[in-house]
Design a protein around this ligand. Structure first.
Ligand code: SF4
Length: 61
Protein backbone atom coordinates (compact mmCIF):
# COMPACT_ATOMS: atom_id res chain seq x y z
CA UNK A 1 0.00 0.00 0.00
CA UNK A 2 1.02 3.60 -0.58
CA UNK A 3 0.88 6.39 1.99
CA UNK A 4 1.28 10.10 1.47
CA UNK A 5 0.89 13.18 3.65
CA UNK A 6 -0.60 16.07 1.74
CA UNK A 7 -0.22 19.83 2.17
CA UNK A 8 -3.08 20.01 4.71
CA UNK A 9 -0.73 18.77 7.46
CA UNK A 10 -0.41 21.17 10.39
CA UNK A 11 2.25 19.14 12.22
CA UNK A 12 0.12 18.16 15.21
CA UNK A 13 2.14 14.94 15.57
CA UNK A 14 -0.80 12.58 16.10
CA UNK A 15 0.11 10.26 13.24
CA UNK A 16 3.73 10.10 14.40
CA UNK A 17 2.59 9.15 17.93
CA UNK A 18 0.20 6.52 16.62
CA UNK A 19 2.34 5.03 13.87
CA UNK A 20 6.02 5.96 14.16
CA UNK A 21 6.91 3.04 11.87
CA UNK A 22 5.42 5.02 8.98
CA UNK A 23 5.40 8.72 9.84
CA UNK A 24 8.14 11.11 10.87
CA UNK A 25 8.68 14.87 11.08
CA UNK A 26 10.26 16.60 8.10
CA UNK A 27 12.60 19.60 8.42
CA UNK A 28 9.61 21.96 8.55
CA UNK A 29 8.07 20.19 11.55
CA UNK A 30 5.35 18.62 9.44
CA UNK A 31 4.69 14.93 8.96
CA UNK A 32 5.87 12.85 6.05
CA UNK A 33 5.80 9.18 5.23
CA UNK A 34 9.22 7.62 5.79
CA UNK A 35 8.64 5.63 2.64
CA UNK A 36 5.80 5.93 0.16
CA UNK A 37 5.40 2.17 -0.13
CA UNK A 38 4.55 0.53 3.19
CA UNK A 39 3.78 -2.99 4.32
CA UNK A 40 0.12 -4.04 4.38
CA UNK A 41 0.72 -5.31 7.92
CA UNK A 42 0.66 -1.67 9.07
CA UNK A 43 -2.80 -1.07 7.61
CA UNK A 44 -4.67 -0.90 10.94
CA UNK A 45 -2.16 1.46 12.49
CA UNK A 46 -2.25 3.70 9.41
CA UNK A 47 -6.07 3.71 9.45
CA UNK A 48 -5.98 4.78 13.07
CA UNK A 49 -3.59 7.63 12.22
CA UNK A 50 -5.77 8.61 9.29
CA UNK A 51 -8.85 8.79 11.51
CA UNK A 52 -6.98 10.78 14.15
CA UNK A 53 -5.65 13.36 11.69
CA UNK A 54 -7.63 16.58 12.27
CA UNK A 55 -7.15 17.88 8.73
CA UNK A 56 -7.46 14.74 6.56
CA UNK A 57 -3.87 15.02 5.41
CA UNK A 58 -3.10 11.30 5.18
CA UNK A 59 -3.78 9.70 1.82
CA UNK A 60 -3.71 5.93 1.36
CA UNK A 61 -3.89 3.93 -1.86
S1 SF4 B 1 -2.04 13.78 12.18
FE1 SF4 B 1 -2.35 14.92 10.26
S2 SF4 B 1 -1.96 17.05 10.77
FE2 SF4 B 1 -1.15 15.82 12.42
S3 SF4 B 1 1.03 15.56 11.88
FE3 SF4 B 1 -0.09 13.79 11.08
S4 SF4 B 1 -0.64 14.32 8.96
FE4 SF4 B 1 -0.05 16.21 10.02
Amino acid sequence: MKVKVNQNCIGCGMCIDICPEVFEYNDDGLSRAKSEEVSDSLKDSISEAQEACPVDAIEVE
